[in-house]
Design a protein around this ligand. Structure first.
Ligand SMILES: Cc1cc2nc3c(=O)[nH]c(=O)nc-3n(C[C@H](O)[C@H](O)[C@H](O)COP(=O)(O)OP(=O)(O)OC[C@H]3O[C@@H](n4cnc5c(N)ncnc54)[C@H](O)[C@@H]3O)c2cc1C
Length: 471
């Protein structure tokens, strides 16, 4: 068993660089193997590494860099960074359909997409301490009572169980360590030199005595898997290297929370239901529904607060609440990223997000660690109208009004956390057969850094790239 710490391996050499204060880490040349560096130990990066070592690729030639912590030292509240990334640490609903979770079929076709998703699910099963507790929800029929106000998107979801995720992460980590994979934690990649195949990184402390914190990692193949917490870095690279992008839409809204009992009739049909409404250039959907032990999670991106949610398993966490995003997709906005950021900033008060409930006694809830969810409570929805503009805020208000009709017992017993946002990363143009940049074919983009929005699709991207490298 190897120790849980950053270490440079015997297969690696440390070089002084004459031109800078950093040192170069170079894997000793061995003709038949390429030196693969993976930035991001999230769902995409870890699935890629697993596919490689499962197929005999020596772990010594795989180096993973992550700015977060290993699964032993990662705290529950470190939601975005570290082993297994974002949703792989705090939630565990694996969607199982090609139309959910971002783009996959576009690259490889429907049949291959399903096969790749199967591999991701079987990885979670394999490192699960109690695989028999995994279950699948698979709603079949759209119930009459939600018509004509909503459509219901139906697709299977595998429920891994949030409170098993930390153990899964540890088991998975141990497997990769045993296979010889090099992990470097608390190591933030600051720059990539695509022309000289160098990843420039900074550790949060000195790793080798006297060598400082800055190291450059040489690669033959690079897998860029930084997820949502690396979106600003991905944006910088896209700008610096003028990477051509595919056009994107805005995805913004609120996180809705109410007692679960009002939704039970629908939950009985579809455990994590997805309601949707479609208009001309706008569509709305309920997103990432959590029940039973449902907690709202605070996210921080670019120094601003937004919201998400997750569910815990186990009676001790039960709070009988339901939460989900009401996300609006707006097409045709010229700079969707700048537009979304502006809206998010307008929804901040005193350095945090906002909360509104028409029922004055309802307050922001608590996290699963029993801390109050950070949000400033406001008296009206005006703040949302000011941020989004009349037309778009009205869609959200109407969505809630329609829910009050469909779930009549709910009345005013609900609250919204503002905003929830999905900053879709700039999606660089890639070669569809291996997700490599059209301009730098030894650099592969995967997961949320490409076009994914979920665990299964992100993991599938990673496996897809690994398969291409194994060829
Ligand atoms: C609270 C929450 C709940 C979620 N629940 C679900 C769910 O139930 N089901 C679902 O399908 N999806 C869910 N998601 C979305 C899902 O987590 C992501 O789609 C998925 O994790 C993306 O995988 P990834 O590997 O691309 O990125 P991530 O899993 O985010 O991993 C990226 C990794 O890169 C590292 N990193 C970033 N920048 C750098 C850098 N510069 N240098 C070094 N390392 C870096 C980070 O530390 C992180 O570990 C949830 C997300 C959140 C935040």
């Amino acid at each position: 068993m190897r120790e849980y710490q950053n270490s440079f391996r015997q297969t690696q050499e440390l070089f002084d660089t004459p031109r800078s204060t950093s040192r170069i880490i170079r894997t000793k040349p061995e003709k038949q193997y390429k030196n693969i560096v993976i930035i991001g130990a999230g769902v995409a990066g870890i699935n890629a590494a697993t596919k490689l070592v499962d197929n005999g690729y020596p772990g010594e030639f795989i180096t993973i860099l992550d700015k977060g912590n290993d699964p032993i030292n990662r705290l529950p509240e470190e939601v975005m960074t570290g082993m297994l990334g974002a949703g792989g640490w705090s939630d565990g609903k694996l969607t199982y359909h090609t139309e959910i979770g971002g783009q996959l079929s576009k690259y490889c076709g429907d049949e291959k997409a399903m096969e790749l998703m199967d591999q991701v699910i079987s990885n979670f099963r394999r490192f699960h301490p109690k695989p028999e507790e995994i279950f699948m929800s698979d709603p079949q029929e759209e119930p009459e009572f939600i018509k004509p106000y909503f459509g219901l998107r139906m697709f299977p979801v595998w429920h891994i169980g949030s409170n098993f995720l930390h153990e899964i992460a540890k088991n998975w980590y141990q497997y990769l360590l045993d296979k010889g994979v090099n992990f470097n934690w608390n190591c933030e990649v600051k720059e990539i030199d695509f022309s000289n195949n160098l990843v420039k990184s900074q550790f949060n402390k000195e790793v080798v005595e006297g060598f400082g914190n800055n190291y450059d990692f040489e690669y033959d193949k690079l897998i860029f898997a930084v997820g949502k917490s690396g979106i600003d870095f991905a944006q910088k690279l896209a700008d610096d290297y003028k990477l051509p992008n595919e056009p994107k839409s805005v995805q913004i809204g609120v996180r809705f929370e109410a007692p679960q009992k009002y939704f039970q009739k629908l939950i009985d049909v579809s455990y994590d239901f997805k309601l949707y409404q479609k208009f001309n250039n706008v569509s709305l959907r309920s997103f990432c529904t959590n029940n039973n032990a449902a907690y709202v999670a605070v996210e921080e991106t670019y120094g601003d607060i937004s919201y998400n949610g997750h569910a815990k398993k186990g009676e001790e966490f039960r709070n009988n609440m339901t939460n989900f995003g009401i996300l609006m997709e707006i097409k045709g906005i010229e700079d969707p990223f700048a537009w979304s950021r502006d809206v998010v900033q307008k929804l901040q008060i005193d350095g945090t997000g906002t909360y509104y409930s028409p029922n004055r006694t309802r307050k922001p809830g608590t996290t699963s660690e029993n801390n109050t969810v950070s949000a400033v409570q406001v008296d009206t929805m005006d703040v949302l109208f000011n941020a989004l503009g009349e037309e778009y805020a009205q869609y959200i208000e109407d969505f809630i009004t329609n829910m009050q009709i469909v779930f009549p017992k709910m009345k005013n017993d609900w609250g919204i956390y503002m905003p929830e946002v999905k900053y879709l990363s700039p999606e660089p143009l890639v070669n569809y057969n291996d997700l490599s940049l059209t301009t730098y074919p030894n650099v592969h983009f995967v997961g949320d850094a490409l076009s994914a929005r979920g665990i299964t699709v992100s993991g599938a991207h990673g496996i897809y790239v690994a398969e291409s490298l194994l060829k």
